[in-house]
Design a protein around this ligand. Structure first.
Ligand code: ADP
Ligand code: ADP
Length: 233
């Protein structure tokens, strides 16, 4: 069972004679426990791909499945529920609320859902991203790398099946980026999470098990990291 499946996905913006085909027939599967980087030049369709795969945008044609569930048949309300239950998002710009503390930012999705906050899970995830002693601080008091670690804690706390990351290291220096990428990679190994990350950065992409390349809205190729046995040979 794949976590995310795209079948012949097309996304055309605009109408009449003024259209842009951002995705032109994309088919790809993402299995649990895989970390994939999506690369390609500016305008190749990376953002549109991520938005369609994550149910933030609806394809013009073709199908997207998350955990075997077809997104096309879902109402906006059910789609929102599915995103909340199954998907974590990490963005280049962190998307934290400046008036809330670190703890409140991490627990906000649960609060908004009317769920009981799992305090032990929040403590565990803050510990893992190294921000336990910053839990009462606000984002403005943190460095960029610390803010991105808050965003990762917020994405991980509900243990979503899939994490979509859009240029998660785009605003970070090299060492901070490496820390953030390790945090994204760990649950892939330990919990079979699926991570799909759009990036321009080859160093960021090197953390993935698989790199797929987009060009003009189509899949132009892919690379798979060698296994440990292959490296040893
Ligand atoms: P990337 O993320 O690789 O830069 P995008 O998915 O943002 O690529 O864009 C792919 C193509 O679709 C580009 O030609 C872009 O200008 C166009 N595009 C993206 N979003 C829209 C939109 N909302 N309306 C019209 N064209 C768009
Ligand atoms: P990103 O950093 O995700 O690539 P962009 O700056 O490319 O963001 O786009 C920001 C927003 O503008 C997105 O919602 C995208 O869909 C939209 N957009 C991108 N290109 C175009 C375009 N040519 N026409 C209209 N909207 C666009």
């Amino acid at each position: 069972e794949y976590s995310v499946v795209l079948q012949d996905v097309r996304r055309v913006y605009g109408r009449g004679s003024n259209t842009v085909t951002a995705l032109n027939g994309i088919s790809i599967n993402f299995a649990p426990g895989t970390f994939t980087a999506v690369m390609g030049p500016s305008g190749s369709g990376k953002s549109t791909f991520l938005h369609c795969a994550a149910g933030l945008d609806r394809p013009t044609s073709g199908s997207v499945f998350i955990d075997g569930q077809a997104l096309a048949g879902l109402s906006e309300r059910r789609l929102t529920e599915l995103r909340r239950e199954r998907i974590g998002f990490v963005f280049q710009s962190f998307n934290l609320l400046p008036a809330l503390t670190v703890w409140q930012n991490v627990t906000l999705p649960q609060e908004l859902d009317g769920r009981r906050v799992n305090r032990a899970a929040v403590r565990a995830v803050l510990d893992r991203v190294g921000l336990t002693d910053k839990r009462k601080n606000r984002p403005g008091e943190l460095s960029g790398g610390q803010q991105q670690r808050v965003a990762i804690a917020r994405a991980l706390v509900a243990r979503p099946a899939v994490i979509f990351a859009d240029e998660p290291t785009g605003a970070l220096d090299t060492q901070t980026a490496a820390d953030v990428l390790e945090l994204l990679r760990e649950p892939v190994r330990t919990q079979g999470q699926t991570v799909v990350m759009v990036t321009h950065d080859p160093v960021a992409a090197s953390y993935a098990d698989q790199v797929v390349f987009l060009a003009d809205g189509v899949l132009a190729g892919s690379l798979t990291a060698p296994t440990a046995e292959e490296v040893a040979d």
